[in-house]
Design a protein around this ligand. Sequence first.
Ligand code: SPV
Ligand code: MN
Length: 624
Amino acid sequence: MSLERLERMLNREQFEKVKAIDNPELHRFLADWIEWLEPEKVFVCTDSEEDEQHVRWKALYYGEEKMLETPNHTVHYDSYYDQARDKANTAILTPGGRKLPFLNTKDRDEGLREIKELMKGIMHGKELFVCFFVLGPRNSIFTIPAVQLTDSAYVAHSEFILYRKGYEEFRRLGRAARFFRFVHSEGELDERKTSKNLDRRRIYIDLEDETVYSVNTQYGGNTIGLKKPAFRLTIKRAVEEGWLSEHMFLMRVNGPHGRKTYFTGAYPSMCGKTSTAMVPWENIVGDDLTFILQVDGRARGANVEKGVFGIIQGVNQEDDPIIWKVLHSPVEIIFSNVLVKDGKPYWNGMGIEIPSDGENHSGEWWRGKKDEEGNEIPPSHKNARFTVSLEHFPNVDMEALESPCGVEIGGMIFGGRDADTWPPVREAFDWEHGVITMGASLESETTAATLGKEGVRAFNAMAILDFMSVHLGDYIRNYLDFGRKLKRAPKIFAVNYFLRENGQWLNHKLDKGVWLKWMELRVHNDVDAIETPIGYIPRYRDLVKLFKDVLGKDYTRGDYEKQFTIRVPELLGKLDRVERIYRETVREVPERLFEVLDEERKRLLEARERYGDYISPFALEEKL
Ligand code: SPV
Ligand code: MN
């Protein structure tokens, strides 16, 4: 039945490609949506190089990307007002519009009706790309197949760079495939090929059918189905099935004598996640999304993706030598929302002189140009990005990236943008303490990764709140349960790269390389540490050695003392803020969360009695 409909709508060659997948549910989904979207033609992508090439070419042909001077480099622009994830117009569809505390929700029937109406016939005159990918490595314990429908060759192209191809996986799984679906249309485009009807921009997530709809937008965070749209679906699956789907990088930290220790790290967008995963002397496995499963009592992680959709602002030769080199080599890269002059891309903070005119996300650009609100337009957007496959990074751990059973996780890191409270690095007492006082208590200043005001301190548990498609209480319960199932749980750490004093940073950008080495040693109990009310911190003498070994720097007692002072008033204030949120906003919070927060408060109050408000790490070290 659906096949017959598809046969009428597709040409023979494309029809044969979908017919070769034995999955009636997929056929029905395709037939229904192709009928509804009314594209002029349909292209079905198999895993072949020719099909991928077709998509690459069409992105140029339709003008969604333009060639740059370096072979295989292209540039794509999103509308000036479509430069980040649009939280206001993103909603989880729930029966009766049942509320979630941190995300918009909308009545499912109403949302589906609205989105269908917006999408009726929206692909007139356009080519629809039907693409198959998988989340996680293929044919692995992590694999989730997904099908993407989009009229944006740029979106499809990005997905070929970022995800493993899935057509053969669909064929192999046939009817057994429990697949995600993504339906995207960029809608009407203006002369610059950017989405025009931003007032009708919508991203609706239907958890029941595991389908995400996205319309009238092009920005990757709203449109690349397997990235953040899928993430809302995997969080729900993970909570239902007892595993973890996290907003985390996955990396290898190289210990003494060739020891390899894998870490995950959760940081809100623009808080150092990619740059940590990319620290020069370690190895990257993934920079954004990690699945974590329990296998034989161990936590094993895999990168959901195989590429990077990374922030380009501030990437410079000195601080990010690896990314810099990749961005200047003739490998396949899509630059988005950067300044282009004479076929070369430029971005803010790249450490070289930037031309004073060219083309950027605002169209023709010249220094001093203002937008409609009277704000001066910088050369590139703060959230301008590059899209590139990890295989092109000299520091990628390819074996870990492709391992069908992932890698054992030694440590999990939580970090935020915090001017005055957390020390640069510390270790939790145990899984529960880490999950609750570090992950579930994460606060961070808002950034340009989402639309809205920047620099506001905001609660962002596990750096995942933007995607929290289930009740946060259930999510945290699942986390705590997950740890209980493990024979050896990863150690949990918290980092903060953003401590400030009188407006000055207390740390350098590459200090994170030292914290990583220290955490690696701690995972294997190679160094001891100072017990504080909020966990273990490094001893000065260990850091002196690491700063020398890693950065060739002398680390002063003064710097150490300033950075690792335990700031009791700020820590207590934070505990109160976090507890209030869990008491007032989140339902069915595991009681253990409140107990662990209470224990922490008690320890802080006792320490204050004895040492005062600001406790030097040297004072605590004397106890050792
Ligand atoms: C993030 O903002 O967390 C990103 C980029 O990783 S986006 O795809 O926009 O979500
Ligand atoms: Mn992210």
